[in-house]
Design a protein around this ligand. Structure first.
Ligand SMILES: C[S@@+](CC[C@H](N)C(=O)[O-])C[C@H]1O[C@@H](n2cnc3c(N)ncnc32)[C@H](O)[C@@H]1O
Length: 232
């Protein structure tokens, strides 16, 4: 089975040879790929909703993998028992939903590698992870159909000597000086520029928010100003 670049980027970070879970699996493409490619001996594929889970079940059955991919219905990490898996993938959901899922079952989240792909609010997700005692061990960007996706890999632990803006924008991503990172940071600059304009136009001024967004924007301007010129 061929995976999209986004799903392949997630698979790359799953711990090889150990069971994994895919939370909000929907089509179950990732679990099927992990088992077929011998990355995981077993995958627990969960979903909150019955319809996607039925979809997942028919896909898994088609591949003859019902013994290796266990389907469970439930919210977030609640279908998992402590110690069952070593990696947990939570992808294709909003950053705040992902944060809520992790906060809901810390006894499970803290003992696994978390492989996260938020569709929105990645800044808030990273800050929540770090403030709850996780460290970001890897990050990558994937471009698919002209959209950029962020993959964040985290484990229980401390991150030292970083300021809030660096954590929110991606402490590992910020170390890269490649074209995709420049594109990502330029997109972020544009996003925060628009947010700031709207905040400044608002009747009731949220001065704390204005200060926060201005700080992010200034950081982005500085980083992009000193970006190395690409050689042809
Ligand atoms: C957009 S799909 C993403 C599917 C797949 N993870 C991917 O990245 O391609 C989101 C899935 O997450 C499920 N979902 C949403 N909230 C959830 C929660 N709290 N717990 C488990 N699954 C959830 C939805 O039912 C849906 O099937």
């Amino acid at each position: 089975m061929e995976l999209t670049e986004r799903l392949k980027a997630l698979a790359k970070h799953v711990i090889t040879g150990e069971p994994a879970a895919d939370i909000g699996t929907d089509h179950a493409k990732l679990p099927i790929y992990l088992v077929i490619h011998n990355i995981c001996p077993k995958v627990i594929a969960t979903d909150l909703n019955e319809m996607p889970l039925n979809h997942a079940q028919s896909e898994v059955r088609e591949y003859g993998l019902l013994e290796k991919i266990e389907l469970r219905q439930g919210d977030g990490l609640s279908p998992l028992k402590p110690g069952e898996v070593k990696s947990v993938v939570i992808a294709g959901m909003g950053g705040n939903t992902i944060a809520r899922i992790i906060e809901g079952r810390p006894e499970i989240a803290r003992e696994v590698r978390l492989i996260l792909q938020p569709m929105t609010d990645s800044y808030a997700l990273r800050l929540k992870l770090v403030s709850r005692g996780y460290r970001i061990i890897a990050e990558e960007l994937v471009e698919e159909k002209s959209r950029l996706y962020e993959v964040i890999v985290a484990e229980a632990g401390k991150m030292e000597n970083l300021d809030k803006v660096e954590i929110g924008l991606g402490p590992v991503l910020l170390k890269n000086r490649d074209e995709l990172t420049r594109k990502y940071l330029t997109g972020q600059k544009e996003k925060y520029r628009k947010i700031l304009i709207n905040l400044q136009k608002a009747q009731v001024k949220d001065l704390e928010k204005v200060r926060e967004i201005s700080e992010i924007l200034n950081y982005l301007k500085e980083v992009l100003k000193s970006w190395p010129i690409r050689r042809k």
